[in-house]
Design a protein around this ligand. Structure first.
Ligand SMILES: Cc1ncc(COP(=O)(O)O)c(C=O)c1O
Length: 383
């Protein structure tokens, strides 16, 4: 099977992990945690980084720090992995699902604007969703598939409506927006390093911010809100969310190779684009002129009427030929835990869910493997 997206372990991973095992520094404190945090802060151009057990926990803490709580609402794209929606629910808040735009498949700033101006009212200094009566507190843009969200209009709207912006930079570490690295664009951002991300720690995450107090609070909340470590005084409910030194050791070694990983992803994307763009019924992955995407997960759209078979039929046929592919995430607003959440004008998300298919794009994908994917898709047209 040619896998969809698997990690590459090729550098100092064994050496650094062995170092932890030899030294006994295996838990949530150690030099690799500090170095890994430092490396993420400098790479994203942020002041502070706080390592967490995974991306979902990083999002949870980022939301708490941004002041999101019980009964609030947070604007979230309907087309994303479920983790940020779950993290919103952990705080007691609800997502408001916003559509993505068709041109770049990312959260649509125009629809955010329409929702805020047409569907919300100021009541006693608070912005309230007319339909649910809940207070709108924040926007959570998710930079999906390795491409940045168009952040300037979103930051402007957030400023105008007094909303916090929490970025989910998980799928776009290394991408940049108008010359600025993803992760440094919002007040606070979260990252994940699970197995299929651009770098992995097995499981892991990170909170990044320029705000010194927020970074200190993130450190405090992720270490059980410990006020006195000798007497075990805890003045708040905290979380056991810190990353281990062993995982950070893996992450540091991975960060040493991130530039070559991104170069591979970009080469894979360019080759798919060149070979697939002329096949009727296939749209290659789009990108904006202002973006430097990393193409973390290379995805195409299949127009069943022109290509001859649907995205799901193509998926099944590729699997028979030993090629793994994957549809987009199910639109979150249609999932059982989120049926009560408000969804605003979801149209493009449904279309992308129907037609999208992600193709093999591991950093270590061999040329002959990619050619096999391309040839198989060309052969299957109309079958
Ligand atoms: C956009 C996005 N956010 C958050 C996560 C969650 O990260 P984790 O699995 O590390 O909790 C993922 C993927 O796993 C993701 O794709």
């Amino acid at each position: 099977m040619i896998p969809l997206c698997e990690p590459k372990i090729q550098g100092n991973e064994w050496k650094y992990v062995k170092d932890c095992l030899d030294s006994g520094w295996v838990s949530s404190v150690g030099e690799y945690v500090d170095k890994f945090e430092g490396s993420l802060a400098s790479y994203t151009g942020s002041q502070y980084a706080v390592a967490c057990v995974n991306g979902t926990s990083a999002l949870h803490i980022a939301l708490l720090i941004a002041g999101v709580g019980q009964g609030d609402e947070v604007l979230l794209p309907a087309l994303t992995f479920i983790a940020p929606a779950n993290a919103i629910r952990y705080t007691g808040a609800w997502p408001v699902f916003i559509d993505v735009s068709f041109d770049i498949w990312q959260m649509d700033p125009q629809k955010i604007k329409d929702f805020l101006t047409k569907e919300c009212t100021w009541r006693q200094g608070k912005l309230v969703n007319n339909k649910t009566g809940r207070i709108v507190r924040a926007i959570l843009p998710v930079h999906i598939l390795g491409h940045p969200v168009d952040m300037d209009p979103i930051l402007e709207l957030a400023g105008k409506f007094g909303l916090e912006v929490i970025g989910d930079a998980t799928e776009s570490l290394g991408a940049s927006y108008k010359g600025r690295k993803i992760g440094s664009l919002s007040g606070i951002s979260a990252l994940s390093f699970n197995g299929n991300k651009i770098i992995t720690t097995g499981g892991g995450g990170m909170i990044i911010t320029d705000n010194k107090e927020w970074a200190a609070r993130a450190r405090y909340l992720t270490t059980q809100a410990k006020d006195d470590s000798l007497e075990y005084i805890h003045n708040e409910i905290g979380y056991n969310y810190r990353l281990s030194n062993i995982q950070a050791a893996l992450g540091l070694a991975q960060m040493e190779n991130i530039d070559s990983y991104i170069a591979s992803k970009r080469n894979i994307a360019a080759h798919y684009r060149e070979k697939l763009q002329n096949i009727p019924g296939i749209s290659p992955m789009p990108f904006a002129v202002w973006a430097k995407p990393i193409f973390w997960l290379y995805t195409i759209l299949i127009d069943a009427a022109k290509f001859g078979i649907s995205s799901r039929d193509l998926l099944a046929k590729l699997r028979k030929d030993g090629i793994q592919s994957r549809p987009f995430w199910h639109p979150l607003c249609g999932l059982k835990p989120f049926k009560q959440a408000y969804a605003y004008q979801i149209e493009v998300t449904d279309r992308l869910y129907r037609d999208g298919l992600s193709l093999p794009c591991s950093v270590g994908l061999k040329n002959e493997e990619q050619d096999k994917v391309i040839e198989t898709i060309s052969r299957l047209k109309g079958e």
